[in-house]
Design a binder for this molecule. Structure first.
Ligand code: SAH
Length: 347
């Protein structure tokens, strides 16, 4: 019999399975707390269980545990970038950032990505596989253990398209916000999507209160198509309608991410068109100076154009922030650490 992934089970599922194994019903909660609250990596750490119970758990289940292969620490602001290996040898990356309002972790949702955004390093080698809920959780758990500090916010903005791994994403959110686990408020969890309309619609019906971030990157379909292949599939008007519905259903204000690429999407005309496009939407724009990757020749907009773009949006009634660049010295765009690891010659 293949062993089951115990860290991906909800408290209810776990309790039910243990009952079927003949264990007392309170054991479910105890074991769940060990896994998701005390962040145990081994059954033998669960000292309030008998050796016999631990043995039968070991026979049926495995505990997902990511292994840090590399940790890069910024000398400027303490940002930490992790390269984790998974049980099957794949590697993924996650980032820990310290802000005034708390500690944030940016996690990956897939190994690689198949969305093909032109400026993104995560997608260069395509999609390898989806991450399990436990593999998404364990990025947060291992980082909390490594830093010794509580994680306050989680953003699903690392490699991968979360809506392309929908069921595992939703399960991950429920487990991460479970009050018997790390109990991270759903309001402190952000899911970033390139704009998969059915996914956004479905997420708005889950009864969750996570923040939705849309990777917009252009004020019209024509420019968007040059940067993001997904724009050929879903029209902006439909993507934005789904986002608005998300706000109506959940009451959560939206974030619109806009990576500024010199000469592609950063002109004053585009700022005006963006302001017009977002009129009536409830949310704010987060401007990201594009992080150049060596495989593509996209260049960051200069400081003045970024400021001018921001001012024009503000003048036209749009809330806007410029994303602070964290860990400049260990920077590398989304997916670059993994890519450089995979590309290194085997010695
Ligand atoms: N697939 C999801 C989440 C992962 S990407 C999404 O598309 O939203 C997280 C954010 O980083 C997205 O807004 C993405 O477009 C942006 N991004 C990726 N590579 C980048 C780069 N090189 N420079 C700036 N932003 C980048």
């Amino acid at each position: 019999m293949d062993k089951k992934d115990i860290k991906s089970l909800t408290l209810q599922e776990l309790t039910q399975e243990l009952k079927e194994m003949g264990m007392a019903s309170f054991r479910g909660k105890q074991i769940f707390q060990w896994l998701h609250g005390k962040l145990a990596d081994e059954f033998d750490q669960m000292t309030n269980l008998s050796i016999k119970d631990r043995q039968s758990l070991k026979e049926r289940y495995f505990i997902t545990r990511l292994k840090p292969e590399r940790i890069l620490v910024s000398k400027i602001d303490g940002t930490r970038k992790y390269l984790f290996s998974l049980a099957d040898g794949n590697v993924i990356e996650s980032v820990w950032m310290k802000y005034k309002h708390g500690n944030s972790v940016c996690i990956s949702s897939q190994v690689g990505c198949r969305m093909g955004c032109r400026f993104c390093a995560s997608t260069l080698d395509g999609l390898e596989r989806n991450l399990l809920p436990s593999e998404m959780l364990d990025q947060v758990y291992q980082i909390q253990k490594d830093t010794g500090e509580r994680v306050d916010n989680v953003v699903v903005m690392g490699s991968g398209e979360p809506m392309d791994n929908y069921d595992n994403l939703v399960r991950f959110i429920r487990l991460l916000s479970d009050e018997q686990g790390l109990n991270i408020s759903q309001r402190s969890i952000t899911v970033s999507t390139c704009g998969i309309v059915p996914g956004i619609e479905k997420l708005s019906e889950e009864g969750l209160s996570v923040t939705l971030a849309l990777s917009l990157h252009a004020p019209n379909d024509q420019v968007r198509k040059t940067l993001m292949p997904i724009a050929n599939r879903y029209l902006l008007k439909d993507v934005l309608a789904a986002c608005h519905q998300y706000f109506v259903k959940t009451g959560r204000r939206l974030t619109f991410e806009y990576s500024l690429v010199r000469g592609v999407n950063d002109t004053p005309e585009e700022a005006m068109a963006l302001a017009k496009l977002l009129k009536g939407q409830h949310g704010h724009v987060n401007l990201i100076p594009v992080n150049p990757i060596k495989e593509r020749d996209y260049v960051q907009s200069d400081h003045r154009s970024i400021q001018a773009f921001k001012n024009l949006l503000e003048k036209n009634g749009i809330n806007v922030t410029i994303r602070r660049e964290m860990g400049r010295d260990i920077n590398g765009a989304c997916g670059q650490l993994r890519k450089s690891y995979l590309d290194q010659p085997v010695s």
